[in-house]
Design a protein around this ligand. Structure first.
Ligand code: AMP
Length: 482
């Protein structure tokens, strides 16, 4: 499928696609849309920024427009992602203004006034986009009925499970008819997702674009070795060298506000976002960033997934993520829809273990080396150095503090079949995805690395963090000694 013309879509959809300048389907759309239009269930995995939303939104809307009966439900983990999905749905329905759309819609997310949602639900919406908690709230109150749901989408399913929504999903499923079409998307496909798909999907088609454990190709990734004293000044220097919009990820909610304030003091127009902000404030922060009213967004992992702001050119990991997979999600905020982007990690000596976990995720086939041959060799398998620490060993349970003060069993997620619960920054519990059990191929983008000011590309061919390490580590040592 090379164009949308061959799909016999409703004229409303065709006009919207033209208006949105969606001239050709993206690979995930080319795979998923024809199958979904045939009525098949789909288990889809795609890299971030690949056009996944329209891959389910186009067949969903086609279905709603082709018959006056039935409704559709889209479940999404976060409010921000929900809002993006709702916006795309309205655009595909012909107007950004919901009142002008040919189908009534309801946006049912937590943190928003109930009254507004009651009013939307009274209008018998045929398309509902929402987060599991609030959807259940309405189901329990009887203000929402799902018995006519013919089309169900579970988006970012791994994230929903990470956030502890598995019970909520089961409760929602009790209200859904068994005769329905279900599309499930997940960035990663660990065992618990496969299990869930067996529960919710009927003989699904698998569609997949790219490796689910690798970021999009056109992101230039760099690492900068720092220490606690130099970290902030290095960040400021890096910001000074960059143009365009930047998202900086930090570990704690408080840290986002503190850093944004400090950067504003330096003349870098910044704002902060985290899970403790009221929804109205969160919306405004995102909206202002989207409209480029300020250049730098300092964020926790609350926006690590799904946020689609095409002008983000750089992602800076001021603090490394607690969970290695979040690295991929974080850097996926740049290089959207084929654009180019850059990602930089500031790594302190204390971050070594987290850094190795990310490195290991990106380069699962990188064999451990003997002491002195590679930067991670001494820590990886207890060979020399690092006092025999074995951060990848299954039995170890180092603790690291979460931003909400809860402690996390660090790296326990490497242990197959174990499912520890850890607190997320948004206060929800996290079920281990176990996604390390089946690692996919390392990413490859065939780009040349660059190295300046002590920065180094993760590898010679920019594909891996492992190759070309020696020179990189030599440079860092000099830097840290300086
Ligand atoms: P998503 O992965 O759904 O977040 O989409 C990433 C970006 O790709 C969004 O900015 C979409 O508007 C854009 N996009 C999705 N499908 C297409 C298409 N067929 N042609 C051009 N842009 C697209």
């Amino acid at each position: 499928m090379k164009t949308f013309d061959t799909l016999a879509l409703d004229p409303i959809l065709m006009k919207s696609l033209e208006h949105m300048k969606y001239n050709e389907p993206t690979p995930i759309q080319a795979q998923a849309i024809p199958l979904a239009l045939e009525g098949r269930d789909i288990m889809g995995s795609a890299q971030t920024g690949t056009g996944k939303t329209a891959a389910f939104a186009i067949p969903l809307i086609q279905k709603l427009l082709s018959t006056p009966h039935g409704s559709a439900l889209v479940l999404t983990p976060t409010r921000e992602l929900g809002k993006q999905i709702m916006d795309i749905m309205h655009q595909l329905l012909g107007s950004k203004n919901p009142a002008k759309c040919p189908i009534n819609t309801a946006f049912i997310i937590g943190g928003e006034p109930m009254g507004k949602q009651f009013a939307q639900l009274r209008r018998n919406p045929r398309l509902i986009v929402g987060t599991p908690g609030r959807i259940n709230d309405h189901l329990e109150r009887g203000t929402l009925k799902l018995k006519d749901t013919q089309f169900l989408v579970l988006d970012e399913t791994d994230r929903m499970l990470d956030m502890g929504f598995s019970v909520q999903l089961d409760r929602i499923a009790e209200h859904l008819p068994t005769q329905r079409q279900t599309l499930m998307f997940s960035a990663t496909l660990p065992k618990n997702i496969i299990k869930l798909s067996a529960k919710y999907l009927n003989n699904p088609e698998r569609v997949s674009v790219g490796s689910t454990t690798s970021p999009v190709k056109n992101i230039k990734q760099d690492v900068l070795r720092v220490n606690d004293n130099t970290k902030y000044s290095e960040l400021v220097r890096e910001l000074g060298e960059r143009e365009g919009s930047i998202i900086i990820f930090v570990k704690t909610k408080h840290g986002t506000e503190r850093l944004a304030k400090r950067l504003n003091g330096e003349g870098f127009k910044s704002d902060a976002i985290h899970g403790d902000l009221k929804q109205g404030r969160r919306n405004r922060v995102i909206q202002n960033f989207r409209q480029q009213e300020y250049r730098i967004l300092v964020a926790t992992d609350v926006v690590a997934r799904g946020l689609d702001i095409p002008h983000i050119e750089h992602v800076i990991n001021y603090d490394l993520p607690q969970v290695p997979e979040d690295y991929i999600h974080r850097i996926g905020r740049t290089a959207r829809a084929g654009a180019e982007g850059s990602a930089l990690c500031l790594v302190t000596p204390q971050d070594q273990r987290k850094w190795q976990a990310i490195d290991f995720l990106m380069n699962p086939e990188d064999k451990p080396k003997f002491a002195g041959q590679g930067r991670d060799s001494k820590n990886r398998r207890g060979q020399g150095g690092a006092k025999g620490r074995r951060p990848f060993s299954k039995g170890k349970k180092p603790f690291s503090k979460r931003e909400d003060g809860a402690s996390k069993e660090g790296h326990k997620h490497y242990a197959k079949d174990k499912k520890p619960f850890v607190k997320r920054e948004d206060g929800d519990s996290k079920e281990d995805t176990g996604s390390f059990s089946k690692r996919k191929k390392p990413f490859s983008n065939g780009k040349k690395p660059f190295s300046k000011n002590g920065k180094a590309s993760p590898s010679k061919d920019n594909n891996s963090f492992s190759k070309g390490k020696k020179s990189f580590y030599g440079q860092k040592k000099k830097k840290m000694a300086a």
